[in-house]
Ligand binder design. Structure first.
Ligand SMILES: NC(=O)C1=CN([C@@H]2O[C@H](COP(=O)(O)OP(=O)(O)OC[C@H]3O[C@@H](n4cnc5c(N)ncnc54)[C@H](OP(=O)(O)O)[C@@H]3O)[C@@H](O)[C@H]2O)C=CC1
Ligand SMILES: Nc1c(N[C@@H]2O[C@H](COP(=O)(O)O)[C@@H](O)[C@H]2O)[nH]c(=O)[nH]c1=O
Length: 341
């Protein structure tokens, strides 16, 4: 599915509420944090909120800073990102600030699947989407694995009223243990960055590594990372990093002792399916992985049959290794080199 890179943004109290239970809007961010939110807004193509947030908060969802709006225009963008909402009921006040000019899109009524919304936004040229809430919308993005990043600001207050909305509602969050990114102190607010889909996060690290490969007409650019069971990185590498014949998995494995006990419970990530046959060397990367006892492999793109017929998936799976293919990231791998196209 083609969809925008999606950042969920919310401010919550220490006890996990994003508003209180009164009719007045609760401001959790301080001035410095609003400035951070404004910078994030200025960096995206579209900002989405649920219809209930429009009804309750009447948000402007614009870039507040004159300089940031001017910078966007200088880059050929509209001064403000596209405003996006969805509604099953259609109950929205046409006088709301959301409708103040024609730079908006409303999905529904009737209810529209979120996957349809994000695909349509991608078709409209939205590459980077910020989702500002509320609870129902954040829950939908997370439970459908449509969020790439969370920026969660925790304000030093308690709401203490379970009638108030929380950051998310009940749901099946398939995220497992998320990857923690940056933590910032912004005034008196703590801003935490999370990457909900750990496999997607580490594959993107591989893709960035692959950009460092010395160019070659006869070998792909590949990046690999080995991650321990506790989520900590053990080693990373890219093709031809130290030797013109070396593959990314070999480069990563060469940085640690072959009998490192963490390998027995680790995951190795690679932008490309590990090789199963090699012209240049006797041992394939799949064989290295099996011999190292790594139990789990995640890759994005199956090896195209340009140089050899790749059977890494089958070789690894037959040896009892858990192999996860993530074709959703294959387009990002292909973007790195014309050899893939
Ligand atoms: N502190 C913070 O950072 C933020 C706080 N908030 C707070 O969050 C609260 C609002 O959150 P919440 O009540 O969960 O509401 P939401 O803003 O998440 O909106 C939910 C609404 O979205 C629409 N919707 C949901 N799924 C679909 C679908 N598949 N197709 C079409 N429409 C759909 C429905 O609209 P409809 O009912 O019209 O059918 C639904 O009622 C407010 O109190 C607000 O102040 C909000 C944003 C940020
Ligand atoms: N209250 C709250 C947030 N609320 C979000 O900001 C929106 C209103 O912004 P505006 O467009 O400027 O009117 C509101 O609808 C909701 O999405 N966000 C935050 O970062 N911190 C906060 O404390």
């Amino acid at each position: 599915m083609n969809r925008p890179y999606t950042i969920l943004s919310a401010a919550m109290s220490v006890d996990g509420y994003i508003d209180d239970a009164t009719d007045d809007r609760l401001i959790l961010s301080g001035d410095e944090d609003w400035d951070r939110v404004d910078e994030l807004r200025a960096s995206v193509d579209a900002i989405m909120v649920g219809a209930n947030t429009i009804r309750r908060d009447n948000p402007r969802l614009g870039v507040r800073s004159d300089e940031r709006r001017a910078e966007r225009e200088a880059r050929g963008l509209p001064a403000n990102p596209l405003r996006v909402t969805f509604t099953a009921s259609g109950s929205l006040d046409k006088e709301a600030a959301f409708f103040r000019d024609d730079n908006f899109v409303v999905y529904g009524p009737p209810a529209v699947p979120l996957s349809v919304v994000v695909e349509d936004l991608a078709r409209r040229g939205v590459k980077r989407l910020m989702v500002e809430g509320g609870s129902a919308v954040h829950t939908a993005f997370l439970t459908q694995n449509l969020a790439d990043e969370i920026q969660l600001a925790v304000a030093p207050i308690f709401v203490g009223d379970s009638r108030a909305p929380r950051f998310v509602q009940d749901g099946q969050f398939g995220t497992g243990r998320m990857v923690l990114g940056d933590i910032q102190r912004v005034g008196d607010v703590t801003v935490m960055q999370f990457f909900p889909d750990a496999d997607r996060y580490w594959l993107r690290v591989c893709i960035e590594e692959s950009r460092k490969c010395p160019p070659s007409e006869t070998a792909y650019p590949v990046g690999a990372v080995i991650v321990a069971a506790d989520g900590k990185e053990i080693a990373r590498g890219y093709s031809r990093e130290t030797d013109p014949k070396a593959h990314a998995e070999e480069e990563a494995l060469a940085k640690i002792p072959f009998n490192d006990p963490r390998l027995k419970t680790a995951t190795i990530y690679s932008s490309l399916e590990p090789c199963s046959t090699r012209m240049s060397r006797p041992r394939s990367c799949s064989q290295w992985i099996i011999d190292a006892g790594i139990p789990r492999v995640v890759f994005a793109l199956r090896e195209p049959s340009r140089f050899v017929i790749g059977e890494g998936f089958e070789v690894l799976a037959t040896a009892g290794v858990t192999v996860v293919e993530r074709p959703d990231l294959a387009p990002e791998v292909k973007n790195v080199s014309s050899l893939y196209r």
